[in-house]
Design a protein around this ligand. Structure first.
Ligand SMILES: N[C@@H](CCC(=O)N[C@@H](CS)C(=O)NCC(=O)O)C(=O)O
Length: 207
């Protein structure tokens, strides 16, 4: 198995689904890493030291030797290309790659502005329209349900980084008062992800 020369440093926030999807993949790949908690509430992500890693002031960021890389989906692509030589998680076939990219775009779009935003509003009191975010979430869940009613995984016959990118915020959607009760295929898929060897759970918010 390809391994880094030293543990990968993951700058993240425990309750962030963006951070979790990276931490999940590090675990599934069996890679050594060190989690460095960034104090978002205290504004640590806006301090010069963190901004030198990511001028966008967002977690997650990884440091892999001399490589510094921000953005959860970019990190998934990097880890798959460097540390999964069999390319199980991001196949080399151009169509498969494009299909996976499509879901990474969904993760950066409707997932972020739907279930993830509703959860942030609920948990962290962000001043934004929760009704609008929940509507985006509901529409996305209907589309995911249709996809997963007919397929075990989002792309192809095995798990890919598309599944990892969508997993965390879908699993924690109820924390934004977005129920999964009406979506049995999604719940079965969540269980399928959670049954992967070396699965690493995302902490539940206590409030
Ligand atoms: N596109 C980025 C989004 C990351 C993101 O939104 N991170 C949030 C935590 S979940 C953050 O750092 N927020 C701090 C802020 O924006 O002030 C990614 O995929 O990594």
């Amino acid at each position: 198995m390809t391994q880094p020369a030293q543990p990968i440093r993951l700058h993240g926030f425990q309750l962030s689904g963006h951070s979790h999807r990276v931490e999940l993949f590090l675990n599934l790949l069996g890679l050594p890493y060190q989690f460095i908690a960034v104090n978002l509430a205290g504004g640590e992500h806006l301090q010069p030291e963190f901004l030198s890693l990511n001028p966008f002031g967002q977690v997650p960021v990884i440091e892999d030797g001399a490589v510094v890389l921000a953005d959860s989906n970019a990190i998934l692509v990097y880890l798959a290309q460097v540390y999964d030589p069999a390319r199980r998680w991001l196949p080399t076939d151009p169509l498969r790659q494009a299909q996976i990219q499509r879901w990474l775009s969904v993760a950066a779009g409707d997932l972020a502005f739907g279930p993830a935003l509703a959860r942030i509003i609920r948990l962290f009191k962000r001043p934004a329209d929760i009704v609008q975010a929940q509507a985006v979430a509901h529409r996305l869940l209907q589309r995911l349900e249709a996809q997963l009613g007919a397929n075990e995984w989002l792309v192809g016959d095995t798990a890919s980084i598309a599944d990892l990118a969508l997993y965390s915020y879908t699993a924690r959607a109820p924390e934004g008062d977005v129920t999964l009760d009406d979506f049995p295929a999604i719940r079965t898929w969540l269980n399928r992800v959670e049954a992967l060897p070396r699965f690493h759970p995302m902490p539940r918010a206590t409030s």
